[in-house]
Design a protein around this ligand. Structure first.
Ligand code: GDP
Length: 414
């Protein structure tokens, strides 16, 4: 018996040694990535937008269990009429089980408050572009190691529960920003509506989003090998859009338990009760399940669009500049200029004189022209200007210029 057990132990040891020989170790890669990411910490920037008084700050405080709006000054009606849209930023470092998160909340006080709200989304769009621009500059600079990422990863857009679906301002805002940021629509103050009203409003809002061609954040499709329960949860999440939310900064007692809620004469509305609202679904989506995807979409789609747009504009500038230089060089040659049919000799001479004058124009005129080109760049919502072109992204330009040269060469051959 003893001899038998010694033999089986020997077998086991040999088996483990054999397995060890086959084990290279790359199975630990996820652990290495995990350790490194935890050490570095995470960051996330969330924007909240929508008319004043819809409960944005209350919801943010409820979501992250912090008081992010300690020093907020509320304006009276008169002050709000003249107030323009302001952008404010609050940053908190939160830690949970050793994982650090730098959370930035970007608020847009004043949005929709004025009597005339035409283009009041513009300062919000400019803010998002400025963050992209800063990132683009940092990325093209020398110290790329410690870039601070301030790009907006998600925008919670608050829709009023009191209207009939979307208001024109909601449509305008979302359409102006949907190519720049992940928009997640929320139906504010859902406790002011009956469950049936919430259901009807959600359907109406979803229809209008479709009708107006608004591209809100799309949850990624779930993998086919996921279990049924996960697939069902995923579908429920997609069907919850816009999330009907309730916020509260007070803790009340309900059925012997202390919960975050709103106390009414007829009962208590619990913020974290899934039967009362979609608060938990929204929080899980934002923090537990889709935070990384929101960051990935920001980087791979929205920022990439911005970057491509900038590079295109810069390429156009470089080509224009090259063509102008080419013209200067060519005008110095003695080649005879062919006369266009139907144009008399004196007209041709006049044309040549005009062209020569154009080419010999003083430098200040050229600067003006350059500024025009830059303006074109700005007009196309590209905030990068020539200073930037000359400094940080020259390399990109040269690369682009080379491809343009190739294309031109091709065209000449044709
Ligand atoms: P903000 O201007 O959008 O940031 O709105 P606030 O968070 O300052 O909220 C404005 C008012 O609405 C405050 O009196 C809040 O107590 C109240 N409020 C916030 N969230 C809710 C909610 O979910 N339901 C109801 N009924 N009132 C809310």
């Amino acid at each position: 018996m003893a001899a038998h057990s010694t033999v089986s132990r020997d077998c086991e040891v040999r088996l483990t040694e054999d397995q060890d020989k086959e084990y290279v170790g790359f199975a630990t890669l996820p652990n290495q990535v995990h350790r490194k990411s935890v050490k570095k910490g995470f960051d996330f920037t969330l924007m909240v937008a929508g008319e004043s008084g819809l409960g944005k700050s209350t919801l943010v405080n409820s979501l992250f269990l912090t008081d992010l709006y300690k020093d907020r000054k509320l304006l009276n009606a008169e002050e709000r009429i003249t107030q323009t849209v302001e952008i404010t930023k609050h940053t908190v470092d939160i830690e949970e089980k050793g994982v650090k998160l730098k959370l930035t909340i970007v608020d847009t006080p004043g949005f929709g408050d004025a009597v005339n709200n035409t283009e009041c989304w513009k300062s919000v769009a400019d803010y998002i572009d400025q963050q992209f621009e800063q990132y683009f500059r940092d990325e093209s600079g020398l110290n790329r190691k410690n870039i601070q990422d301030n790009r907006v990863h998600c925008c919670l857009y608050f829709i009023s529960p009191f209207g009939h679906g979307l208001r024109p301002l909601d449509v305008e805002f979302m359409k102006a920003l949907h190519e720049k940021v992940n928009i997640v629509p929320v139906l504010a103050k859902a406790d002011t509506l009956t469950p049936l009203e919430v259901k009807k409003k959600k359907i109406k809002i979803r229809e209008e989003i479709e009708q107006y061609g608004i591209k809100i954040y799309q949850f990624p499709d779930c993998d086919s090998d996921e279990d049924e329960e996960f697939k069902q949860q995923d579908q429920e999440l997609k069907d919850s859009i816009p999330f009907a939310v309730i916020g509260s900064n007070t803790v009340v007692e309900a059925k012997g338990k202390r919960v975050r809620g709103r106390l009414y004469p007829w009962g208590i509305v619990e913020v974290e009760n899934p039967a009362h609202c979609d608060f938990v679904k929204l929080r899980n989506m934002l923090v537990r399940t889709h935070m990384q995807d929101l960051k990935d979409v920001t980087r791979e789609t929205h920022y990439e669009n911005y970057r491509a747009h900038c590079i295109q504009s810069m390429t156009r500038m470089v080509v224009k500049e090259r063509n102008r230089n080419k013209l200067t060089r060519e005008s110095g040659t003695d080649f005879p200029i062919p006369t266009a049919p139907g144009v008399s000799d004196s007209e041709t001479e006049k044309l040549i004189r005009e062209k020569d004058e154009e080419v010999r124009q003083p430098p200040h005129t050229q600067t003006q022209e350059q500024e025009c080109v830059t303006q074109e760049c700005v007009d196309q919502e590209c905030v990068m200007h020539d200073e930037c072109v000359q400094e940080s992204v020259q390399e990109e330009c040269v690369m682009q210029e080379e491809s343009v040269q190739e294309a031109e060469h091709c065209a000449e051959l044709c």
